[in-house]
Design a protein around this ligand. Structure first.
Ligand SMILES: Nc1ncnc2c1ncn2[C@@H]1O[C@H](COP(=O)(O)OP(=O)(O)OP(=O)(O)O)[C@@H](O)[C@H]1O
Ligand SMILES: [Mg+2]
Length: 351
């Protein structure tokens, strides 16, 4: 994968070219002080979040130096942290959110904070304010990857292209996971289509295999082929309940992109792909290989699970579940009592 391929998959590069086939979105340049705030591990506190301060228990005493807007007031038991404010940027973001109907899906140049949805109160990437966005972004490794090492897996050793970081706000749309597909395009040919949410079996996909594959191929031929600035790329699409296909995203053709039900070895080998679900008859040879999860496959864990922390831990630290907290305190008390009894034991035996 080349650095140019990564550059071409930035939202602001492809969005103007394919605007009418995708979800309405707005792009705002990210000011440097906001980038610095996103990269600062110390403050998870987000602006305007006093009422949500239970989400913000991560503190760091070592590197508050030079951050005028972070105030520390330390006593034995509590640490009060005030989040930095970005009034000008905040009002631009709020205006954009309002223009998009009040609820948005946020991402950076390439990535959405898909690994952080568990931290939001609504367990979703739906945001209504800049503080919602900050909470997700600051908790996401995918967002940090965009900011710190977007060219990590590139094979060329030319200097890294300069990146202008941007906040992408997309109108919130209720996408049904069974309607999402990832398409692999090599030398401007659509070679493979994979169900995007491969952890589930969707009955309608096996029933409508032919028509899904045909409509995605038609969409690609009519609207994408030879129009993207690269000849190898990965394209995500959504087929709505009316059968209309929409563009969701472009991704680089290479290991950084999840190959889902294919492997990168297969995709790059040059051998023709098999569908993986049905026998490929001669009539299907011109069709891309289409792979989906069949009913025989047992339900698989969510791919982002490893980014989470245990639910109990969240509930305890946020005080969301009072009963869990009471049980936890009882457990602690019990442990203390039994350890003080243990301590007493030698004393008892020695007398
Ligand atoms: N506008 C939207 N409203 C609601 N949900 C959305 C929206 N756009 C995308 N999604 C959901 O979020 C998921 C991830 O979106 P997207 O592909 O833009 O993120 P990404 O970071 O580029 O992901 P990947 O790393 O897999 O390429 C999509 O599969 C879809 O389910
Ligand atoms: Mg993507």
């Amino acid at each position: 994968m080349k650095k140019d391929q990564v550059v071409n998959c930035q939202f602001s590069v492809w969005y103007p070219l394919f605007k009418k086939h995708t979800i309405k979105s707005l792009i705002l340049p990210l000011p440097q002080n906001v980038i610095d705030y996103l990269l600062d591990d110390g403050t998870l506190v987000v602006s305007g979040s006093t009422e949500n301060s239970h989400q913000c228990s991560q503190t760091n005493h070592s590197d508050s130096e030079g951050e005028d807007d972070v105030q520390w007031s330390d006593d034995e038991t509590t640490t009060v942290v005030t989040a930095p404010e970005f009034p000008e940027f905040n009002s631009k973001v709020q205006e954009a959110i309002n223009t998009l109907g009040g609820r948005v899906f946020p991402k950076l140049n390439w990535s959405a904070p898909r690994d952080a949805n568990w931290i939001a109160l609504n367990s979703s990437l739906q945001c209504q304010s800049l503080s919602d966005i900050f909470l997700l972004f600051k908790s996401s490794d995918f967002v940090t990857h965009d900011l710190t090492q977007p060219f990590l897996q590139c094979s060329d050793d030319s200097p890294d292209p300069v990146i202008n970081y941007e906040l992408v706000l997309r109108k919130w749309s209720e996408l049904i996971p069974g309607g999402e597909f990832r398409c692999f395009v090599k030398e401007n040919k659509l070679i493979g289509i994979s169900q995007r949410d491969y952890t589930q079996h969707y009955q309608h996909i096996s029933k409508q295999e032919e028509s899904i594959s045909a409509s995605v191929l038609q969409f690609f031929r009519d609207n994408i082929q030879h129009q993207f600035p690269d000849e190898d790329f990965v394209l995500d699409v959504y087929r709505d309940s009316m059968g209309r296909v929409w563009l969701i995203d472009f991704n680089p053709f290479g290991e950084v992109t999840d190959s889902l039900l294919f492997t990168w070895e297969e995709l790059t080998s040059g051998n023709s792909l098999t569908a993986g679900n049905t026998e490929d008859g001669p009539a299907l040879q011109e069709r891309p290989a289409f792979r989906y999860t069949t009913s025989e496959v047992t339900v698989q864990p969510s791919p982002c699970l490893s980014y989470r922390i245990p639910r109990d831990f969240m509930d305890l630290s946020t005080g969301e579940d009072a009963y869990k907290l009471i049980d936890f305190l009882k457990l602690k008390k019990g442990q203390q009592e039994s350890s003080s009894e243990d301590e007493a034991d030698p004393h008892v035996t020695s007398t």
